[in-house]
Design a protein around this ligand. Sequence first.
Ligand code: XMP
Length: 505
Amino acid sequence: MLDFGSQYSQLIARRVREQGVYCELVPGTTPWPALEARRPRALILSGGPSSVYDPGAPLCDPAALRSGVPVLGICYGMQLLAQQLGGRVQRGSRQEYGPATLEVDDPEALFRDLPGELPVWMSHGDTVLEAPEGFRPLAHSANSAVAAMGDGLGRYGIQFHPEVIHTPQGSAILRNFLYGVAQLHGDWRPAAVIEEAVAAIRRQVGSGHVLCALSGGVDSAVCATLVHRAIPGQLTCLFVDNGLLRRDEGRRVEEVMHRHLGIPLRRADAEDAFLHALEGVVDPEEKRRKVGATFIAVFEAEARRLTGVDFLAQGTLYPDVIESTSHDTVGAQRIKTHHNVGGLPVDLRFELVEPLRYLFKDEVRAIGTALGLPEDMVHRQPFPGPGLSVRILGEVTRERLQTLRAADWIVVDEIKAAGLYRALWQSFAILTPLQSVGVMGDNRTYGNVVAIRAVVSDDGMTADWARLPYEVLARMASRIVNEVPGVNRVVYDVSSKPPSTIEWE
Ligand code: XMP
């Protein structure tokens, strides 16, 4: 996929992979010889924030468009196709944003086996006025005379976004392009990655020794398991217990890695160092910095004790790779600021091993399952690097950690009991800095307020608060007030992201 900076580029890649077709993003302006060297079977031109009329608008190498490789241009990608092949694009006087009805004029190729009218999602300023020579309009909408076009020889453009859920038949349209037009077979499966990854790790590492830092999350666990499978006996895992984990979490990591998978594990108990660093700190960003710096210090001290280690294995995922190389991606306007505390120092003397570099989270989960990792590890909800420190508003102390852990345990316990855990992106408790008045028995209390946060999301970049059943909320609230000393009030967070964020800090 040639990426022209759309917020949806990653999503398009995921939708393509869901069809069993491997897909990678490269900067939209990549010259054809560099593209050709990778032997693409199809090209997708993404959308993007530019107009083809902007000075310096990113263009596609014309040789790519004439290469005979099937092309699907989406939104800006379609406008590029039109403009670069001699059609006419009209600069938008007003934006078309939101749902629209697509009237299909040619039910072949892209629209095969689909109804003549389709709900689609539009988000564009410019429109294609005239398809280039050799192309025919295939569909229109109220605001776009040419909402889809094709030349019958493998080159297609669509103005709407097939990748978002608001285009219900979007996946079918992509499939028609991938299977029908580009003649791909959909035989790529995440689990097939295991063999390839294992071979690549063996090639890279040879007889060297690898260190892998475990966080307790699925990415580092899958990464370690892959390395272990490739080169058993050449891996040491390091688990830094920062004292900011949830109840039972450290023990669980040890149990899974050590007992279940037989992977040697060193544990650094660094709770004191982290809590000391966090003393008196209330500012959220300062907390992140302190946790990050302490992690690096502890990690370096541990790593120095190991001799003969040449490689560091990291569970970096494809979204992080795309994110961190996005400055190569012409035109990208990034909304998310990346805040990955717990990242490792780059100037350590190790060479990096990153077997998950080209994978999305759901694919990593599929691989984890195929590798025999326990279900509760594979489907664990994401947990921030700075841990509970960003879920305690105000100063982080041992006592407040204990309060939050007890409340959080109840939230997750009830969510799991209600069978909702996997349907939620995250569900957790927050310890607010508020004190409120309550009554218990005949006595007045003055205690802490705990908030509950539960959200649904695809990728954490946007999220909506979960409409949890009242009974589940009631049980959580009643148990927290009764079982957690010092808490006398529970509130539920009904904010979406944006404008709020998922974490409170
Ligand atoms: P926000 O709060 O920004 O979070 O809506 C989006 C997702 O990122 C996680 N998160 C973090 N992860 N280090 C991390 O590794 C951090 O500093 C951090 N802050 C937020 C959050 O849990 C959610 O899944």
